[in-house]
Design a protein around this ligand. Structure first.
Ligand SMILES: [Zn+2]
Length: 327
């Protein structure tokens, strides 16, 4: 081995010291880098755990909720899960709110509309056999164009309810008048007059004619109107008889709901000429009406009907407007 000079030995010692400095610097740098990686790993694990917790938190309560809106919103993530190969709702817990259409949230709880109950009705039919049906068909064809109504004794899709009073004091006298199929004393035509319902002074409701049958009670409107007679001598007899009035309002509201008839189309006989459904081919009959149930009295009746409808949250439309007539 060749002997080194002192200068060479000093240079080798300096080189070893420098090498040690470099190594320790690398070691420190490596440890720092390792620490950062470790911290990054910790952060990643925490983020995953948080994400998992958030995902569970979002899906759990909705799956246990019974509200219709919650049921709708929790259908969406589950539905997506079935079609995706990756259960993305856990690793990427997208909140369901932004994906839920606004229309599901805005209305809030659905308005519950209670059905208007059918009042007790006694079926007490008047004779309405084939001859009376034929007379009614002939009447309809004489007084209405064929495109107004069915063109026959059949009542289809009634649009109007007309209130009457009988100008008599007993159920029996009114019933007998309607049952006898004789020409009326005023207009002298067949079939005889009638009404679908007759409400007695004690509040009992009798149905005399089926609701698929045209009944002759209001000139100009028989093709589309349901007729309700009240035993009494005036509008005020009925308005001041609580039992009879209550029965009348319940029956009328039930019929309105059943046939989708608006409040404005519940009219008194005296309002017949201003009804938008009024139609009459006989020129001499076009301005014919009766004095029962004036507009003033029907406004009282309709206000009570609207109040009853509110109890059932039933939409009945606006109150009737006064319409001019050519009569
Ligand atoms: Zn009348």
């Amino acid at each position: 081995m060749r002997k080194r000079t002192p200068e060479q030995r000093q240079a080798a010692a300096d080189a070893r010291a420098h090498q040690r400095q470099i190594s320790s610097a690398y070691a420190r740098a490596y440890r720092r880098q390792g620490g950062r990686r470790l911290r990054a790993s910790y952060l990643l694990v925490i983020a995953l755990l948080l994400g998992l917790g958030l995902g569970i938190g979002l899906t759990w309560p909705s799956s246990r909720s019974n509200s219709p809106s919650a049921r709708r919103s929790d259908i969406r993530p589950v539905h997506r899960q079935h079609h995706s190969p990756i259960r993305t709702h856990r690793t990427q817990p997208t909140p369901p709110a932004p994906t839920t259409p606004k229309r599901h949230k805005r209305p809030g709880p659905k308005r519950v509309v209670a059905a208007v109950p059918r009042p007790r009705i006694v079926w007490q039919p008047i004779p309405f056999g084939s001859s009376r049906r034929a007379e009614t068909t002939a009447y309809v064809q004489r007084h209405y164009d064929h495109h107004w109504g069915s063109g026959s004794w059949r009542l289809i899709d009634p649009r109007v309810i007309v209130g009457h009073y009988t100008a008599s004091t007993t159920f029996a006298s009114a019933y007998n008048t309607f049952a006898a199929d004789t020409a009326d004393s005023e207009l002298h035509e067949l079939p005889g007059t009638c009404a679908h319902f007759l409400i007695d002074t004690d509040g009992r409701i009798y149905q005399l004619v089926k609701l698929d049958t045209v009944c002759r009670h209001t000139v100009g409107l028989n093709w589309t109107a349901i007729g309700i007679e009240h035993v009494g001598m005036s509008d005020h007899d009925i308005l001041n008889n609580p039992g009879q009035l209550k029965a009348s309002l319940q029956l009328t509201l039930w019929l309105m709901q059943r046939f989708h008839i608006k409040l404005a189309d519940v009219i008194g006989h005296n309002e017949s000429l201003s009804s938008p459904y009024h139609h009459e081919l006989y020129p001499a009959w076009r301005c014919q009406t009766h004095g029962d149930w004036t507009r003033a009295d029907m406004n009282v009746y309709r206000a009570k009907l609207a109040a009853l409808a509110r109890r059932y949250k039933a939409a009945v439309g606006p109150p009737s407007q006064s319409r001019p007539t050519s009569c």
